[in-house]
Design a protein around this ligand. Structure first.
Ligand code: PRP
Length: 191
């Protein structure tokens, strides 16, 4: 039936849903505020290029982009870190998929779901800066300042969060929980 809203469960079968750290309502309100902030910051631009970092940013980017009134286009980039995040090689980032169109001379806003150690952001900024955009900004929904090892400048920030494992709203644990509509702290028994 058109208009019927199926109950969202986060698609986690056989387990209780993990506890909420940032609610759906709090995310929606903050995304509204971020979109207004970005609209103001880029009021004069002909075309803002939003570069979403896959996979985690896809939910945030979709919601953010649909709230913007400034003209914009969407690009995606995909990176992966070598080994796992806790390993000694966690700082090594590799490019899996590049943007499709040139960003030279354009206003570019990198859109992340989370800045953790800051290695991914540092790598991406260095790579994109070399292509000489007119401007290069950073928007991230989440930042874990206690984990950040690199000096990073975040122009538009959703929430600073403590050093806990978070999932939902695009963020995963072993590819699970990405479609949870809120951001949850994942207790050890869920891993
Ligand atoms: C997450 C997130 C960032 C990166 C941040 O991606 O989307 O890109 O980690 O971590 P850092 O600040 O420590 O570099 P992840 O590697 O989990 O991949 P995914 O987005 O494909 O799930």
């Amino acid at each position: 039936m058109i208009g019927a809203t199926p109950r969202r469960t986060g698609s986690v079968v056989g387990m209780e849903l993990p506890p909420s750290l940032v609610s759906e309502q709090a995310i929606a309100q903050r995304v509204d505020e971020l979109a207004a902030e970005i609209d103001r910051a880029y009021a004069g631009t002909d075309m803002l290029v939003l570069v979403g970092v896959l996979k985690g940013s896809f939910v945030f980017l979709a919601d953010l982009a649909r709230r913007l009134t400034v003209p914009h286009r969407i690009e995606f980039i995909a990176v992966s870190s070598y080994g796992d995040r806790a390993s000694e090689h966690a700082e090594a980032v590799r490019l899996l998929m590049d943007v499709r169109h040139d960003i030279g001379g354009q206003d570019v806003l990198l859109v992340e779901d989370i800045v953790d150690t800051g290695h991914t952001l540092t790598y991406l900024l260095r790579m994109l800066e070399a292509r000489r955009p007119a401007s290069l900004g950073v928007c991230t929904l989440l930042h874990k300042p206690d984990r950040t090892e690199r000096e990073v400048t975040i122009d538009h920030l959703g929430f600073s969060i403590p050093d806990v494992w978070v999932v939902g709203y695009g963020l995963d644990y072993a590819e699970r929980y990405r479609t949870l509509p809120y951001i949850a702290e994942l207790p050890p028994e869920y891993r």
